[in-house]
Design a protein around this ligand. Sequence first.
Ligand SMILES: NC(=O)c1ccc[n+]([C@@H]2O[C@H](COP(=O)([O-])OP(=O)(O)OC[C@H]3O[C@@H](n4cnc5c(N)ncnc54)[C@H](OP(=O)(O)O)[C@@H]3O)[C@@H](O)[C@H]2O)c1
Length: 217
Amino acid sequence: MNPRPTVLLSYAQSVDGRIATITGDSRWISGDDTLTLAHTLRHQNDAIMVGIGTVLRDDPELSCRLPEGRSPVRVILDSALQTPLTSRIAQTSGAQPTILFCAPDPDPLRLARLQDCGIDVVAVSRGTAGLQLQAVLAELAGRAIGSLFVEGGAAVLTAFLRERLVDRLLVVIAPMIIGRGVESVGELGVRAMAEAIRFTPVSLEQLGNDLVWELRP
Ligand SMILES: NC(=O)c1ccc[n+]([C@@H]2O[C@H](COP(=O)([O-])OP(=O)(O)OC[C@H]3O[C@@H](n4cnc5c(N)ncnc54)[C@H](OP(=O)(O)O)[C@@H]3O)[C@@H](O)[C@H]2O)c1
């Protein structure tokens, strides 16, 4: 049996490799057609994951807004239980299942309040940079989650790539340049070209004005 869900990483970036401006604004980089693609990916995967940075910056709902679409289980990486009780995630957790991973020994009051919202809070060990992703994925596999769509932000995308936990990469490239901003992918420890993570292109298509490039490791 697969010990972890298959992992799809997908993000929308500018031509110069930014997923947000220097202030963190990312709405919207992609055009309407690719936003529909994002909702299709939510429909197709059992779960969707973002980090607490994205929750705090964007307050996303992470639902599938296609007619007849199925909303995935939401997975949040939030070591210190910073997810606001007023966030869309917390406010809609009664209707759309949400699993929030935190570090061991969470603050009992915050834990109780998030649980009262209907959020399933699970403590996992810390790794060298953030929560241990292998433990997170094993926990998800144990809950019958077979496919995971990792939507961001930069720190989470970087961590999955650094740990080589990506089965499929879907990069949306929008015809814009942002300049200094939030890089799609941060430090991976690559110093020589021979160490770069290489992918095999699977498909390349234009949706509206955006390019959608599917890659596999
Ligand atoms: N264009 C796009 O496709 C797209 C998509 C999504 C987001 N965004 C943008 O991305 C930006 C947010 O990115 P971000 O890097 O600040 O935040 P992020 O990646 O959403 O969240 C990072 C946080 O997640 C927590 N975390 C727990 N375990 C982790 C692990 N193993 N690896 C990495 N993080 C872990 C850490 O906080 P704790 O230590 O507190 O747990 C970490 O600071 C926003 O500007 C948002 O708009 C763009």
